[in-house]
Design a protein around this ligand. Sequence first.
Ligand code: NAD
Ligand code: DAU
Length: 337
Amino acid sequence: MKKILVTGGAGFIGSNFINYILGYRDDLFIVNLDKLTYAGNLENLKEIENHKNYFFVKGDINNNELIDFLFKKYSFDYVINFAAESHVDRSILGSEVFYISNVVGTNVLLEASRRYGIEKFIQISTDEVYGSLGSTGLFTERTPLSPNSPYSSSKAAADLMALSSHHTFGLPVVITRCSNNYGPYQFPEKLIPLMIINALSNKNLPVYGDGLNVRDWVYVIDHNRAVELVLEKGKPGEVFNIGASREMKNIDIVKLILTKLAKPENLIQYVKDRPGHDRRYAIDSSKIQNELGWKPQFDFEKAIDQTIDWYLANREWWNRIITGDYQKYYKTLYGDR
Ligand code: NAD
Ligand code: DAU
């Protein structure tokens, strides 16, 4: 039985990872360490909360004593660091917590992994570390890092720290850089769930700038299958891009959601652009395809339908979220719309 420390496992991608992997494997024991920020939600893990190979710990990756205690107690084989502040708009409103959690917190985990010795450390990074593309070209693993937001600069810093731990101390680190994910349990501050929920509530759909920014979409389970492969076969010191070659203009996603929900296009409202808004992301994932045999399995049209259906079937999940603090945040960004 291999023991994995999964951090940030109550968030969108981390919870999908735990549900996915414990859903079919019984050779792994997972300790999920999550601070339960606004984005962490134990409801995402209801199906596996009593699984014999699962244990939840509420805590901060910056808590050195707790991290030390957990490493001593469990002798982890692997660490997968999903924990992060993940939303670009929030990083523009206030950057400090992004550097504390994403940079300093990652260092706490790297140092503990070094002290105790582990087989592999996976740093879950993002394609945003590469900056922005023009109308052509793709990000490869050799594209120079050029992050543009406080969020992406914090993720780039963590990548460099992780790679330097490998280079200097031989820590077996592998980095994954994935493009935009969609799927169940995504917090409704991100484009796809926000637009679905606003459309269902007959609220305006705030599209930044001209709506022509491009993102490259991958279904969350395809991302997590890639993380699993990297855990098994990824060579330490390497970086793997993950993406499904599904570029979409934001406005086209928004119109698609409205069509599927039979809602009128006059709900779309063009709003002030995000400061420093990256124009286009597009991933070359040939390295993980050729070296590890990964391929996306989910077709965008079907998976976006499934995602919309999930939000339709899980109104209680998002209704609880879109009250309270979230409303204050939404008001800060969009006023009273
Ligand atoms: P999320 O915001 O939904 O979840 C983040 C989780 O981390 C939450 O459960 C939160 O409580 C936890 N967390 C935050 N700070 C913590 C701390 N200091 N200690 C312990 N737990 C903490 O984010 P997500 O969308 O699931 O993203 C997960 C990871 O994947 C992040 O590292 C993000 O940078 C990366 N990523 C996300 C995407 C995407 O499209 N969402 C794409 C590529 C990479
Ligand atoms: O590329 C990977 C990254 O994708 C991850 O590293 C981040 O954690 C994740 O949040 C995501 O970042 P983006 O900034 O691309 O995602 P977001 O959903 O915030 O926005 C997607 C696009 O939609 C972007 O061009 C901004 C635009 N947008 C977003 C919101 C929330 C709008 O036009 N209106 C909105 O209300």
